[in-house]
Design a protein around this ligand. Structure first.
Ligand SMILES: [Zn+2]
Length: 159
């Protein structure tokens, strides 16, 4: 093989390698849970959880399994298992839904919600975008916040 052939071969091999690593890197940069389609979610979630997490539904008050649940542990997203709330931030708000005075740092995103003729702050899982509930500025503790969350949006990991 002459020198030019060798140079061309090296050049194309390097290019091939660069493109591959770029594609691989690009895939890693996108959170896999945010790439899921509605069809994917329907296969993973129960119809009830799908309605809450993906269609921004609300479970009926006082019906959720974590409303009166005060064990020690961590509440995780029912969609993607990301840790969202520590049990130490949970309090009984008597409003019928699990309530927390704070979320774990940077795990919950806030979005403005103007549906149903109200201006509220919707809370979603920062990893998969699943609807959790709303946060209200009327909490009884030092934070002054009440994260009002659907039980169906949560799973619980015991300490
Ligand atoms: Zn999630």
């Amino acid at each position: 093989m002459n020198f030019l052939d060798h140079l061309m071969k090296t050049f194309f091999l390097t290019l091939f390698f660069l493109i591959n690593s770029y594609v691989f890197y690009g895939q890693n940069m996108t959170k896999p849970n945010q790439m899921k389609t509605d069809k994917d979610w329907k296969e993973i979630l129960s119809p009830e959880a799908y309605h809450i997490l993906r269609e921004k539904g609300t479970e009926r008050a006082f019906t959720g399994k974590y409303d009166k649940h005060f064990e020690k542990g961590v509440y995780v997203c029912a969609g993607c298992s990301m840790e969202l709330f520590d049990s130490s931030s949970k309090f009984n708000s008597h409003c019928g839904w699990p309530s927390f005075d704070s979320s774990l740092k940077e795990k919950v995103n806030e979005l403005k919600d103007t549906s149903h003729g109200m201006i509220r702050v919707e809370i979603v899982c920062s990893n998969c975008g699943g609807h959790l509930g709303h946060v209200f500025p009327d909490g009884p503790t030092q934070t002054g916040l009440r994260y009002c969350v659907n039980s169906l949006s949560l799973d619980f990991k015991e300490e």
